[in-house]
Write a protein that binds this ligand. Structure first.
Ligand code: GDP
Ligand code: MG
Length: 177
């Protein structure tokens, strides 16, 4: 077995939060593996994955943590948040109630995170435009009000997924010496 050893100079932990079935696991798969799994609902079981990103000749190891269903019971623990420099709060643009949960996810992030954390709001399932229940403008103003980065994306088509990871990483990299 040949193991490729990859060197990196920085390590960044990101966590995924948000209601069930908004697409956290599929976004995680796209972030780390550029894949989509259509029938994933409960079975994906990815707990985290990682990927190396090169920015300005620096090798940044990005580790993305995904919940294994704990969000359903709101039982995400402090350990999940520990050491995270970025949190991605995901809602589903076709389900209003997942947007209404954002304030509660946001307060968990602020309560449990250790130190500064960059919070990115992601409106997922942008491929389902005809079923949209939350406008881009409304989400944008929510993000501005709470000081969050904001993107709409589709884990299905991959639209904006890589851009989110790169933008968040560039942003974080500017904060870290
Ligand atoms: P999680 O519970 O937040 O981890 O959500 P999953 O990643 O398991 O996705 C829940 C369901 O939504 C699955 O049936 C996915 O196939 C579907 N899904 C996830 N992302 C997208 C997307 O961007 N577009 C569409 N159309 N479906 C998606
Ligand atoms: Mg999941």
């Amino acid at each position: 077995v040949y193991e490729r050893k990859v060197n990196y100079t920085h390590f960044l932990k990101y966590i995924m939060v948000g209601d069930s079935a908004v697409g956290k696991s599929n976004l995680t798969l796209q972030f780390v593996d550029r894949r989509f799994s259509p029938n994933s609902e409960f079975t994906i079981g990815v707990e985290f994955g990682s990927r190396i990103i090169d920015i300005d000749n620096k090798q940044l190891k990005i580790q993305v943590w995904d919940t294994a269903g704990q969000e359903k019971f709101r039982s995400i623990t402090r350990a999940y948040y520990r050491g995270a420099v970025g949190a991605m709060i995901v809602y589903d643009i076709t389900r209003r109630e997942t947007f209404d949960s954002l304030t509660s996810w946001l307060s968990d992030c602020r309560k449990y995170s250790t130190g500064d954390i960059t919070i990115t709001l992601i409106g997922n399932k942008s491929d389902l435009e005809s079923a949209r229940q939350v406008s881009t403008a409304e989400a944008q103003s929510f993000a501005e009000e709470h000081g969050l980065l904001f993107f709409e994306a589709s884990a299905k088509t991959g639209t904006n997924v890589n851009e989110i990871l790169i933008n968040l990483t560039i942003y974080n990299q500017n904060l870290v010496p």
